[in-house]
Design a protein around this ligand. Structure first.
Ligand SMILES: C[S@@+](CC[C@H](N)C(=O)[O-])C[C@H]1O[C@@H](n2cnc3c(N)ncnc32)[C@H](O)[C@@H]1O
Length: 188
């Protein structure tokens, strides 16, 4: 069973992540994705960022862990939520934006390539992606949960095939430059 498919890990993660959110990332996204656009959050977890995104966009939340989905749905019964794996993104719907915050770095490098291809397919023409990663050049495995740290150059190579990169910058989540975000537009 995957890490986030276990109730105890979900509970621990929620406690550990308390006080962190993607408000600065969302402020960057707002410079490039117009207000009221449709957006899918990939790997919404407890839904902290989803709640912030809702103030500006027509949001759909998703995660591959039904535990997170059920938890948020219980508190927000009318929310538009999907159980989706970031690798396959099995949906017929299309979105103007895709957002993830420290999710895609749990995928293997090969799976991330597949995800990027699918992301381009489920985006409307000229759709915008906004993703955050841990910054660096190493891999860790914590209790079966993979963490791949990326450099700007590595992300450029991965995304450039399908996207025009608008902005890529390091930022501080816990320590200076420990994180990296990327905003890009689907190439026509
Ligand atoms: C750092 S949390 C995201 C927190 C979220 N941004 C928030 O505001 O609370 C990472 C999330 O990625 C999800 N995740 C990891 N691998 C995934 C995959 N392959 N597909 C979909 N979600 C995945 C986990 O279930 C977890 O909820």
């Amino acid at each position: 069973m995957g890490f986030f498919h276990q109730e105890k890990n979900v509970k621990e993660y929620i406690k550990m992540a308390e006080g962190y959110d993607g408000r600065e990332l969302i402020a960057e996204l707002q410079k490039h994705l117009p207000e009221s656009s449709s957006i899918l959050e990939i790997g919404m977890g407890p839904g902290v960022d989803l709640t912030l995104l809702k103030k500006h966009y027509k949001v759909t939340g998703s995660d591959y862990s039904k535990i997170f989905i059920d938890r948020y749905q219980k508190q927000n019964p009318d929310e538009d939520l999907l159980v989706l794996d970031a690798i396959t993104l099995k949906t017929n719907r299309k979105f103007q934006g895709l957002y993830s915050n420290k999710v895609l770095m749990h995928l293997t490098r090969e799976d991330l390539k597949q995800s990027i291809k699918r992301q381009a397919e489920i985006l409307e023409p000229e759709g915008i992606i906004c993703h955050a990663f841990w910054h660096g050049d190493r891999e860790e495995n914590f209790d079966g949960l993979l963490f791949i740290y990326y450099t700007e150059e590595q992300l450029r190579i991965l995304f450039e095939g399908s996207f025009d990169i608008i902005k890529m910058e390091t930022y501080k989540e816990m320590e200076p430059d420990d994180s990296l975000f990327l905003i890009a537009r689907k190439r026509i």
